[in-house]
Design a protein around this ligand. Structure first.
Ligand code: GLA
Length: 681
C-alpha cells in the first residue's frame, strides 16, 4: 500500500553504486609513534564506581557532522560550520529537533602548543573553536567536537589524540563551550578500551559542563555490553559509506542490539548519508526510516548548503523524527526478515507501534504482519498512519503493503477507538512475473484489497506504463464495493513495443475508492517490469549476457575483471590461487546478480574463489539460486584456497541468482570471483 493522495510518485532512477573509499578503519592502531604518551593512571579510573549517567541524550542526539560529506577536505572550515548552523535555523531543522553541529576529524593543528593545549587549524578555523561555539550558541544550537582515544586521531596527517591528555583536553573543550564529544579509537596503543573510554567519561564529568559523550570504537569491544554507564551513545559498527550495501550491512549489525538501547545510552549505527548522492531517494527514505525505528542518533552527514529539496523533505519529516525521538526510548525489534522482506516494530510511549515494512530485494514485494504480532491489544480495528504519505486509514488488523524495491513503508498503528473516522486502508498487489520480452504479451494480475474494517466503495484500478506500452484489462477494473478482506482482482495483458531495450521500466498500479463517509482516496504503487531477452541456446558466458539486476558490497559488479571497489572498470584480471581467468564476474560481498533464464536453461557452472588481489584476506561463500530455491553452494572459502568448481541444476528456472555472502565474518576484503562462469541453455 502506497497512498499518494496529493503527490505523484517519484520515478526512481537506477541506482548508481557510488565510488567508495574503504574508510579509515584500516589505519586504526597502525603507525604508533616512537614515543607513546602514557595514559591516565589506571587504578583510579578502573576502580571508579559506575556512574548513574550524565542525564543527557534522553532521546537520541540529533544534529550534523561534516565527516560523511567532506572527510578532511578543505571545505570543512568555519564558513561551512556557520553555514550549517544558519540552515538549521532558516530551514526549520532546528525546530524539527536538530541541535548539535559537530566537527569531526581535522579541525586541529598537528602540534599542541607549549602548554600542551590543542589548537584549531588556523586555515580552517582562523578565529578558533570558541568563536565557532559562540556563533553556534547564538543560534540556540550546540557544538560538538572530535578527538581520538589514542595518541593521534584517525587521519593520516597525524593530529593529536587525547590518550594521556584526557583531563586537560576535556577541560579545554569545556572552556571553548563544547557540548558533545565524539571519541574515536585510532592509535590507541593497545590500551584497554573500557579504561580509555571510562577515563574520558570521568574527565568530561570533572569539567562540570554537560557534554554528550559519543564512544566511537566501532563495536570492536562490544560496548553495548558495558558502556551504558560510560557513554551516551556508542558506535556498533565500522564506518558507513554512501552506498546501499554499506547502509544495509550496518543496519543488519545494529538491529540485533535492540535490548541495549534506552534513554541516555544508544546504539550508534553511524551518521546519516541521506543526500550524499550514492543512493536513490527511495533508499535514503529507507535509511532514515530504519535509523529512526532503531532509535539511532540522527546526525545529518550531507552538506546542507548543496542539498536538494528531496533531501530536506526526508530529513525534515517530523512524523519519522517523532519515531526516533519517542521518549520511551525503545529500539525497534525484528519480527521477521524472510527473503529480504523485513518487518521491524517499535513500541511507542503512547502504546502505538511503529511498523517498518522494508524491502531489501530488487523487486516490489508484499510484506505483511498483523497488529497482534506488532504487540497491539485485541481491537475491532486500528488506526494506521502512513508516515511518509501523511495519511491515516483504518485496518481490521492486517498491516501490509506492496513495497517497492529497496523501499520502506513506515506505519504507526494504534488501538484507537476513533478508527472509524478514517477510510479503510487498501493494499495494492501484483501477481505474476513482471518479466516481459519486447514485442510479446505477458499476463499480469492486480489486486486492490480492503484491509479496513469498513468497506471500500466505488473502487477502480488502473495500470499504466511507459509510453508505447500496450496495457489492456481482460476483466473489470471497477467494483461498487469491496468489503473487509476482499479484493478487486483484474487481469491484464502487458506488451512492450518490439525493439524495447532490455532493462527496468516502471509500471504504476493506482486505485481510487471512497470510504463509507464518502472520503475519496487515491493510492498508487510503482512496480518494476523487466524487459528481457531469452538467453541464446548452447553455452554462454554470463558476463556476455544482460543482467536483470545486481547489488554489490562495493562498486559495481565487474565483467571479466575483479572488483576494484570504486568505479566501473577499475578491477584486475580475475585471479584465484595464482590462476588467471579471462571470463567471469568480479564482485564484492554482499552481492547478488540475477539473469533471465526463460525456463530454457539447464546448468550454471563456474570456478569460484576469493581473488588474490587482497593478499591473505577475505572469506566468502557462493550460492546459486533457481527462482526461489538454493540449488548449489560452496560453504566458506578463504583466500588461501584454489578455485573451487560449482555446478547448479537450473532447469525450469525463469531467473538465476548468483549470491556471494561474507562467510560470516563481515565483508572486509571480500573480493569474490565467479570465474569461467557459464550457463547452458
Ligand atoms: C574514524 C571514525 C569516523 C571518522 C574518522 C575520522 O574512521 O569511525 O567516523 O570520525 O575516523 O578520521
Amino acid at each position: 500500500m502506497r497512498h499518494l493522495p496529493t503527490r505523484t510518485t517519484r520515478t526512481s532512477h537506477r541506482r548508481v553504486i557510488g565510488a567508495l573509499t574503504a574508510g579509515l578503519l584500516c589505519t586504526a592502531g597502525a603507525a604508533a609513534p616512537a614515543v607513546a604518551e602514557s595514559p591516565a593512571p589506571a587504578a583510579a579510573t578502573a576502580a571508579a564506581a559506575p556512574q548513574s549517567g550524565n542525564g543527557l541524550a534522553l532521546t537520541p542526539p540529533m544534529g550534523f557532522n561534516n565527516w560523511n560529506s567532506t572527510h578532511c577536505r578543505a571545505e570543512f572550515n568555519e564558513s561551512m560550520v556557520k553555514g550549517i548552523a544558519d540552515i538549521f535555523v532558516e530551514k526549520g531543522l532546528k525546530d524539527a529537533g536538530y541541535r548539535y553541529v559537530n566537527l569531526d576529524d581535522c579541525w586541529a593543528k598537528p602540534q599542541r602548543d607549549a602548554d600542551g593545549k590543542l589548537e584549531a587549524d588556523p586555515v580552517r578555523f582562523p578565529n578558533g573553536i570558541k568563536a565557532v561555539a559562540d556563533y553556534v550558541h547564538s543560534k540556540g544550537l550546540k557544538l560538538g567536537i572530535y578527538t581520538s582515544a589514542g595518541t593521534k586521531t584517525c587521519d593520516s596527517v597525524g593530529l593529536p589524540g587525547a590518550l594521556g591528555h584526557e583531563y586537560s583536553d576535556a577541560q579545554q573543550f569545556a572552556d571553548w563551550g563544547v557540548d558533545y564529544l565524539k571519541y574515536d579509537n585510532c592509535n590507541n596503543q593497545g590500551v584497554d578500551a573500557k579504561l580509555r573510554y571510562t577515563t574520558m567519561r570521568d574527565a568530561l564529568e570533572a569539567t562540570g559542563r554537560p557534554i554528550v559523550y559519543s564512544i566511537c570504537e566501532w563495536g570492536e569491544n562490544k560496548p553495548w555490553e558495558w558502556a551504558a554507564d560510560v557513554g551516551n551513545l556508542w558506535r556498533t559498527t565500522g564506518d558507513i559509506s554512501d552506498s546501499w550495501g554499506s547502509m544495509l550491512s550496518i543496519m543488519k549489525q545494529n538491529l540485533p542490539l535492540a535490548s541495549a538501547a534506552g534513554p541516555g545510552h544508544w546504539n550508534d549505527p553511524d551518521m546519516l548519508e541521506v543526500g550524499n548522492g550514492g543512493m536513490t531517494d527511495t533508499e535514503y527514505r529507507t535509511h532514515f526510516s530504519m535509523w529512526s525505528v532503531m532509535a539511532a542518533p540522527l546526525l545529518i552527514g550531507s552538506d546542507l548548503r548543496k542539498a536538494t529539496p528531496e533531501t530536506f523533505e526526508i530529513l525534515s519529516n517530523r512524523e519519522v523524527i517523532a519515531v526516533d525521538q519517542d521518549p520511551l526510548g525503545k529500539q525497534g525489534t525484528v519480527l521477521s526478515s524472510t527473503d529480504g522482506r523485513w518487518v521491524v516494530a517499535k513500541e511507542m510511549r503512547d502504546g502505538s507501534r511503529v511498523v517498518a515494512l522494508f524491502n531489501e530485494s530488487g523487486s516490489a514485494q508484499r510484506i505483511a504482519t498483523t497488529a497482534k504480532a506488532a504487540g497491539l491489544p485485541q481491537a475491532a480495528a486500528y488506526t494506521m498512519r502512513d508516515l511518509w504519505e501523511h495519511a491515516t486509514y483504518n485496518t481490521a488488523g492486517t498491516i501490509s503493503a506492496t513495497v517497492p524495491a529497496h523501499g520502506t513503508v513506515l506505519l504507526r498503528v494504534a488501538a484507537d477507538r476513533k478508527w472509524a473516522a478514517h477510510p479503510p486502508a487498501v493494499e495494492l498487489g501484483l501477481n505474476g512475473s513482471p518479466l516481459v520480452e519486447a514485442g510479446r504479451t505477458a499476463p499480469l494480475t492486480t489486486t486492490v484489497t480492503d484491509l479496513g474494517r469498513t468497506p471500500a466503495t466505488k473502487v477502480s484500478a488502473a495500470l499504466t506504463g511507459p509510453s508505447g506500452w500496450q496495457i489492456k484489462p481482460l476483466s473489470p477494473t471497477g467494483s461498487a464495493t469491496v468489503p473487509t478482506g476482499k479484493a478487486l482482482t483484474t487481469r491484464w495483458q502487458v506488451t512492450p513495443p518490439a525493439g524495447t531495450a532490455t532493462g527496468t521500466y516502471d509500471l504504476t498500479l493506482s486505485a481510487q475508492y471512497r470510504s463509507p463517509a464518502g472520503t475519496r482516496v487515491r493510492s498508487s504503487v510503482p512496480f518494476q517490469a523487466h524487459v528481457v531477452v531469452a538467453p541464446p541456446a548452447g553455452s554462454s558466458y554470463l558476463s556476455d549476457l544482460p543482467q536483470l539486476s545486481s547489488s554489490n558490497g562495493w562498486g559495481p559488479v565487474e565483467k571479466d575483471t575483479s572488483n576494484g571497489e570504486s568505479n566501473a572498470g577499475d578491477g584486475n584480471p580475475l585471479t584465484i590461487g595464482g590462476t588467471v581467468f579471462t571470463k567471469g564476474l568480479g564482485v564484492h560481498a554482499p552481492s547478488a546478480v540475477e539473469f533471465y533464464a526463460a525456463g530454457a536453461c539447464s546448468a550454471v557452472t563456474a570456478q569460484v574463489g576469493v581473488d588474490d588481489e587482497k593478499g591473505a584476506k577475505g572469506t566468502v561463500a557462493f550460492e546459486v539460486w533457481a527462482d526461489g530455491t538454493k540449488v548449489a553452494s560452496t560453504g566458506v572459502l578463504t583466500n588461501a584456497m584454489a578455485a573451487q568448481p560449482i555446478s547448479a541444476d537450473v532447469r525450469g528456472a525463469q531467473v538465476v541468482r548468483l549470491v556471494v555472502t561474507d562467510g560470516g565474518d563481515g565483508v572486509d576484503s571480500d573480493h569474490a570471483d565467479w570465474a569461467d562462469l557459464r550457463m547452458g541453455c
